[in-house]
Design a protein around this ligand. Structure first.
Ligand SMILES: Nc1ncnc2c1ncn2[C@@H]1O[C@H](COP(=O)(O)OP(=O)(O)O)[C@@H](O)[C@H]1O
Ligand SMILES: [Mg+2]
Length: 194
C-alpha cells in the first residue's frame, strides 16, 4: 500500500506523521519504506541524524524527485510512505496520482483548517482522510475542528495526535513512543482491508 502525506501548508506535521506512522508499522513487523519528496529533505535529515547518533530507523528513507515518484516500483507486501513538500510542487501531484491513500495532517487551528479545503481540492477523486495533529484534546478548537470536518462530510481519522514536546524532540531519533500513531496506523490497515 502506498500512502502519501499531503497538505498545501508547511508545519502541519506531514514529515512527523510520515515517520511516526512508518515507525508504528515497522513496530508491527511490517516492511516499510519512506520516500522523501520534499526538496528540503527533512525526512532524509531525520534518518541521517539518527544514524549519526547510532539510532538507525527501522526503515529506509529515500530521497525522490517528482519523476522518480511516478516510476516507483510497487511492493505489495510493504507499506510505502511518501512525504511531500508544502505548496504546489510537481512532486505533490505525482504523489497524489500514485497513492492508494492520502493522509492530510492538519492542526485544529482555524489557520491550518482553512488550508485543508484547497488541499482537499487537489486530491479530489482519491481516497483521503484528514488526520488532526498537534492538538490539545480538551479544547474548543479541537471539538470545533472535528464538528466542522464532520459537517462538511470530510473523512477524518478517528484518532488524533496530541501536541507533545516529546514528539517535537523526536527529530533525528528512532521514536520509541508512538503517541497515538499506532492507532492511526491501525486505521490505515483497516482502510486497506476495506
Ligand atoms: N504532535 C506534535 N506535537 C508537538 N510538535 C509537533 C507535533 N507534530 C509535529 N510537531 C512539530 O511541528 C513542526 C512541524 O512539523 P513537520 O512534521 O515538520 O511538519 P511539515 O512536514 O508539515 O512541515 C516540527 O517542529 C515538529 O517537530
Ligand atoms: Mg515536512
Amino acid at each position: 500500500m502506498r500512502v502519501a502525506f499531503i497538505h498545501t501548508k508547511g508545519g502541519v506535521g506531514k514529515t512527523t506523521s510520515a515517520l511516526m506512522v512508518a515507525t508504528a508499522a515497522a513496530a508491527e513487523g511490517k516492511k516499510v519504506t519512506v520516500f522523501d519528496a520534499d526538496p528540503q529533505g527533512s525526512a532524509t535529515r531525520w534518518a541521517e541524524v539518527a544514524e549519526q547518533r547510532g539510532e538507525q530507523l527501522p526503515f529506509a528513507v529515500t530521497f525522490v524527485t517528482a519523476e522518480q515518484i511516478s516510476a516507483l516500483p510497487r511492493q505489495e507486501d510493504a507499506l510505502q510512505i511518501i512525504d511531500t513538500p508544502p505548496g504546489n510542487a510537481e512532486s505533490i501531484q505525482s504523489a497524489i496520482d500514485t497513492a492508494d491513500l492520502i493522509v492530510i495532517p492538519s492542526g485544529a487551528s482555524p489557520m491550518d483548517l482553512d488550508r485543508v479545503w484547497p488541499t482537499l481540492d487537489t486530491v479530489t477523486g482519491r481516497p483521503a482522510g484528514v488526520l488532526l495533529t498537534g492538538v490539545l484534546m480538551h479544547t474548543k478548537f479541537y471539538t470545533e475542528a472535528r464538528q466542522l470536518l464532520e459537517d462538511q462530510g470530510v473523512p477524518t481519522f478517528y484518532n488524533a495526535i496530541p501536541q507533545r514536546e516529546e514528539i517535537k524532540a523526536s527529530f533525528g531519533m528512532a521514536p520509541t513512543r508512538l503517541h497515538g500513531y499506532d492507532d492511526v496506523y491501525r486505521e490505515i490497515v483497516e482502510i486497506e482491508e476495506m
